[in-house]
Design a protein around this ligand. Structure first.
Ligand code: KG4
Ligand code: ZN
Length: 343
């Protein structure tokens, strides 16, 4: 295949990811996670995440180059997540990327993690068909740190924010609710497992910002704190007699219902019949199924990345780097830093 050969480094949260792409083709996507260590604390501890990145960075880098079958001198560019994320964690990736770029004399791109999530779906494996995304498209970005509805006209530089969460991110809601139910971190997969034999209609949990009075100002915004409180009250009332499967399934249904409803409303109102999903929460089975069902009914073309490209990974960062090279964008200046609150 053709296109620039780019290595991408991701270290914004608790996954150390290094990916190598040629154009849109993924040659390697290696991930080391400190999630087991974080699970003992019920969430991500920034200091532990940063130390874990430092330990995992070199082996992950070496493994990615080995899997891709390339050396650093072969690369056309290096890309790294510059933000948003945990500052200490980001610094490990940016430090490694700068050292690599200096040593191998390669252009370096500091990129936005969130744009990486949105562009992940265009990547494809060896021998697979290219999957170009048709623009404009509505994009729903749902991760541990973000819940945003976007209108994407140009993947690199023309993204309009339609709405976002006013409090917790969707992934955060999964993580906090899991903790309430005594389930392990990260909450998304735990709740998915617990919900398997639960009844999604057992409890009618609130759908944040969907009331008529929110139609005007918060049409495309999200709120999950009321849902979290409702689950907490339910758990208190149930005392020892808690049907965890039903609570997990009903909670998940409430989150998925709001996400899909608002995303499809955005497609209708913008007149853009395309929807792209990105971010860790898109690994959720129920979200994938409900989105597929309702998008088909609404005549909306739906794009969902494969599982391993949904959660944090280096290939999406490499892929975004390759797009920047292709677009002729100048590399980042030598002194660029991390920005934990990059929009
Ligand atoms: O994109 P990501 O890997 O990291 C961030 O950029 O935040 O997303 C992590 C989030 C966590 O909150 C995790 O609970 C959630 O994605 N997640 C899921 C699932 N797998 C991961 N949420 C719901 N269902 C899942 N199966
Ligand atoms: Zn992410």
């Amino acid at each position: 295949s053709t296109g620039p050969l780019v290595l991408g480094i991701e270290s914004s949260c608790d996954e150390t990811g290094v990916g190598v792409v040629r154009g849109r083709e993924v040659l390697a996507n290696v991930i080391a996670s400190s999630v087991d260590e974080q699970a003992r604390y019920g969430g991500v501890v920034p200091e532990i995440a940063a130390r874990a990145h430092l330990e995992a960075m070199r082996p992950t880098l070496e493994r990615a180059l080995e899997v891709a079958g390339v050396g650093i001198t072969d690369l056309d560019a290096v890309a790294v997540t510059a933000g948003p994320g945990l500052a200490g964690a980001l610094m490990v990736g940016v430090g490694a990327a700068k050292a690599l770029a200096v040593t191998a004399r390669k252009p370096l791109y500091g990129v936005n993690h969130l744009v990486g999530h949105v562009t992940a779906d265009q990547l494809h494996g060896a021998g697979e068909e290219a999957r170009p995304v048709e623009l404009p498209t509505v994009a729903l970005l749902v991760s541990g740190g973000h819940t945003s509805l976007l209108l994407v006209r140009g993947l690199v530089d023309d993204v309009e924010l339609l709405g976002e969460t006013l409090d917790d991110a969707a992934g955060e809601a999964f993580d906090k609710t899991a903790r309430l139910l005594g389930l392990a971190y990260p909450g998304g997969p735990s709740i998915d497992r617990a919900a398997v034999d639960g009844d999604p209609a057992a409890i009618r949990f609130p759908r944040g910002l969907t009331a008529a009075k929110d139609r005007e100002r918060h049409r495309f915004d999200f709120s999950f704190s009321g849902l979290k409180t409702a689950v907490a009250r339910h758990v208190e009332r149930a005392e020892g007699d808690l049907a965890i499967g039903d609570v997990a399934a009903s909670f998940r249904e409430a989150v998925v219902d709001v996400l899909v409803t608002k995303a499809l409303d955005a497609c209708r109102e913008t007149g853009v019949p395309r929807l792209l999903l990105g971010g860790g929460v898109v690994a959720n089975r129920r979200l994938r199924d409900v989105a597929a069902e309702r998008a088909a009914a609404a005549g909306v073309q739906l794009r969902i990345p494969p599982f391993d490209l949904c959660t944090d990974n280096g290939a999406m960062i490499a892929g975004l780097g390759a797009r920047l090279v292709d677009a002729g964008v100048a590399p980042s200046g030598a002194g660029f830093g991390v920005d934990s609150t990059l929009p």
